[in-house]
Write a protein that binds this ligand. Structure first.
Ligand SMILES: Nc1ncnc2c1ncn2[C@@H]1O[C@H](COP(=O)(O)OP(=O)(O)OP(=O)(O)O)[C@@H](O)[C@H]1O
Ligand SMILES: [Mg+2]
Length: 386
């Protein structure tokens, strides 16, 4: 298939921060960008020359977006199949509806991984509290995760005892869920793969990730993993991208358990929070790479050119009396501030991140965490350190 050259128009389903940063990379390459998002004031709006304001299940609006685009990609996987089909009738759609269909439902995703012999932790399906109780009796302490709509730890509940199953089921409030055994984690890491329609792939070096209360707090590359762990991660990530015939980006979140197992946690068919440092640390950022992959351009080198780290800035930092200190954060060596232009700060909402580079992962991370600490109003809790 002929490449889609600069000057053409890229559509993005979703105009959050991932759409915004992808749009900026597309603009840098000389593409025009159109976006579909339910919020007319979404993060990508200032970078897009057209915003179609519609829900992600509005097939007419999706067709309207696609008619004016040469290729359409996405920054969110919660998209109605009818909307994806409508897009595909009018423009190239990468990644395709098939891969999105598998990934967008946690139950389907887990089943697909298990059926294709990719390593996942023990899990069960649940369609009611009784299933949860049975799973906990078999597997011990578990986490219930709703099939749809969960992100940043939402739609999840921990169950330590079968007697807590009913409360957990109600808290999650889903019709279908997966119940995962709660694993003892040594650490978490992720691997990003870019894949073109002809099957060519580029694999990024792993990121090491730290979550607080189910939300990513910081991420650093290089991850400083044992060679065989990094190799297993890269092989599994490439295998999944091939198995799903995914064109674009695939981020695979991994657990390394205390007993040495490398297990897939979950998949994302789009740019990922744990690769924001690729803008600084890699020869090709994840956002530029997505554009290259979906346009059929040569993939850029994912090579590390510096160690890089990010720390997330959640809305909590804005909802205290004192404002955060942007000037102080920017005084830290190599620090950059990335704000997503969201007007309304809410606790837990991702508002931006700070990034830093260095000679080593620990140095880059120390700088990013320093920048975070300078930014943080005194009333907010300190960030977790490694
Ligand atoms: N089975 C498990 N055992 C131990 N910890 C877990 C398990 N599942 C999830 N966690 C912890 O909770 C975090 C969030 O879980 P998960 O990735 O499933 O949720 P999410 O809402 O999709 O998060 P995000 O959107 O931030 O990736 C994980 O990164 C990990 O720290
Ligand atoms: Mg996750």
């Amino acid at each position: 298939m002929a490449p889609i050259l600069p000057g053409a128009t890229i559509g993005i389903l979703g105009g959050g921060q991932l759409g915004r940063m992808t749009a900026m990379a597309a603009r840098a390459l000389g593409y025009d960008v159109h976006v579909l998002d339910p919020d007319p004031d979404c993060s990508a709006r200032p970078v897009a020359s057209r915003v179609v304001t519609a829900r992600f299940d509005d097939a007419d609006a999706a067709a309207d977006l696609a008619r004016q685009c040469d290729v359409v990609t996405l920054e969110i996987e919660q998209l109605a199949p009818t909307a994806l089909e409508a897009v595909a009738r009018h423009a190239r759609l990468h990644p395709g509806a098939g891969a999105i269909w598998v990934i967008q439902d946690r139950v389907r995703q887990k089943d697909w991984l298990a059926e294709h012999a990719f390593p996942v932790g023990p899990f069960r399906h649940a369609e009611g509290a009784a299933d949860v109780a049975a799973a906990v009796r078999e597997l011990g302490a578990c986490i219930v995760k709703s099939a749809h709509g969960g992100y940043d730890g939402r739609g999840q509940a921990h169950v330590l005892d079968p007697g807590d199953a009913a409360a957990a089921w109600q808290a999650v409030g889903a019709r279908r869920s997966v119940v995962e055994q709660r694993l003892d984690l040594a650490l978490e890491f992720s691997v990003l793969v870019a894949r073109r329609a002809d099957g060519q792939m580029a694999v990024y070096p792993p990121s090491r990730n730290h979550h607080t209360r189910g939300v990513l707090a910081w991420s650093v590359t290089p991850a400083d993993l044992a060679k065989e762990v990094a190799r297993a991660g890269a092989e599994v990530a490439m295998g999944i991208a091939e198995g799903l015939d995914l064109v674009g980006l695939l981020a695979v979140e991994f657990f390394l358990t205390t007993d040495g197992r490398v297990l897939v946690n979950e998949l994302a068919p789009r740019p990922h929070n744990t690769y924001h440092q690729s803008e600084r640390a890699c020869a090709t950022s994840q956002f530029e790479q997505l554009v290259r992959a979906v346009c059929g351009l040569p993939l850029g080198a994912p090579t590390l050119i510096a160690a890089g780290a990010i720390a997330n800035l959640l809305g909590d930092l804005w909802v205290t009396d004192a404002p955060p200190d942007a000037v102080g954060a920017l005084e830290v060596a190599t620090a950059r501030l990335h704000l997503y232009g969201k007007r309304e700060a809410r606790a837990g909402r991702k508002m931006g991140h700070v990034s830093a580079v260095g000679q080593s992962g620990p140095e880059a991370l120390a700088r990013a965490l320093d920048a975070y600490e300078r930014f943080r109003p005194a009333a907010c809790p300190a960030i977790d350190r490694p």
